[in-house]
Design a protein around this ligand. Structure first.
Ligand SMILES: [Zn+2]
Length: 276
């Protein structure tokens, strides 16, 4: 039977205006707390999925520690060592069979490569795992728009490619016959992967930055980080309509206060229930 562990790998602060785009603060502040400096507390949430057929799948990997001195603006804190966290749950890093990266922005993939502090040498944190990345996301990573470039660090992913462990995703697919499906959504960035994980009686969805916070469940509440917000709007509705109809459980990757929720339609909008 599939087992799932939620791992909160660390926290940081992002500007509320960036998280909610054109939505005024007096509106979004009612649904997501912020400090006097407009700073919203965000988590970096990963999933460890152990399937009945023996696959050990890690979904997203947080920011890691390689670039923290360049990223002081975000005030990262309570950073966990992901490999140690897996070990606490009985999983060696070498035993991870698959790493699914929803996308390659720095807060989702930093921990997949390690840097020796003395020599600067890079190595793989999960040396035997295939690393699943949307092919369009990989192309975007190699040649990003100048406005998105600061979200990518080559050192996070080039060693994966050099080791022959990059697994590009061209279209919606399943990881072998594990039941875990990877679906592509666009808007936040091209070719983002949304994993769908079946467990008895229901399916867990990890929308990543398609819906990073529970408050982003309102279709028009789109992050200013999204590179194509008009596409994000429709992609979010596509995801939510299925979640409503199939009673899927959404797991939010950045919400420091709400981990998961079901969703129902409420007129033109959506609301949460069973959230905690
Ligand atoms: Zn993110």
């Amino acid at each position: 039977m599939t087992q799932i562990h939620i791992i909160d790998t660390g926290y940081f602060y992002a500007d509320g205006g960036a998280m909610f785009g054109v939505v005024p603060k007096k509106t979004w502040k009612k649904r997501y707390d912020a400090g006097d400096a407009n700073d919203c507390l965000l988590v970096m949430r990963s999933l460890l999925v152990q399937t009945g057929d023996g696959r050990v799948i890690l979904i997203d990997a947080g920011v890691g520690t390689k670039q923290l001195d360049k990223l002081r603006y975000y005030k990262f804190f309570k950073m966990l060592d992901l490999r140690q966290e897996l070990l606490k749950r009985g999983v060696r890093a070498e035993a991870v069979t698959d790493v699914v990266l929803t996308h390659l922005h720095l807060d989702h993939c930093g921990s997949v490569t390690l840097k020796d502090e003395t020599t600067g040498e890079l190595s793989l944190a999960f040396p035997h795992a295939r690393h699943w990345v949307g092919r369009a996301q990989w192309a975007n990573f190699l040649s990003p728009h100048p406005l998105e470039k600061a979200s990518y660090f080559m050192e996070n992913m080039l060693p994966v490619k050099e080791a022959g462990l990059l697994q590009p995703v061209d279209t919606d697919c399943e990881i072998d016959s594990s039941g875990v499906c990877l679906r592509l959504y666009h808007g936040h960035t091209p070719g983002q992967i949304v994993p769908y994980i079946p467990i008895p009686g229901q399916t867990i969805v990890f929308p990543g930055d398609v819906i990073p916070l529970a408050a982003n469940v309102t279709p028009g509440w789109i992050s200013a980080y999204d590179t194509s917000p008009l596409i994000s709007y429709h992609e979010k509705i596509r995801l939510l309509e299925e979640a409503v109809n199939k009673k899927q459980l959404l797991l939010f990757c950045h919400d420091a206060f709400t981990t998961r929720s079901y969703v129902k339609r409420a007129g033109r909008f959506y609301s949460l229930y069973g959230n905690f």
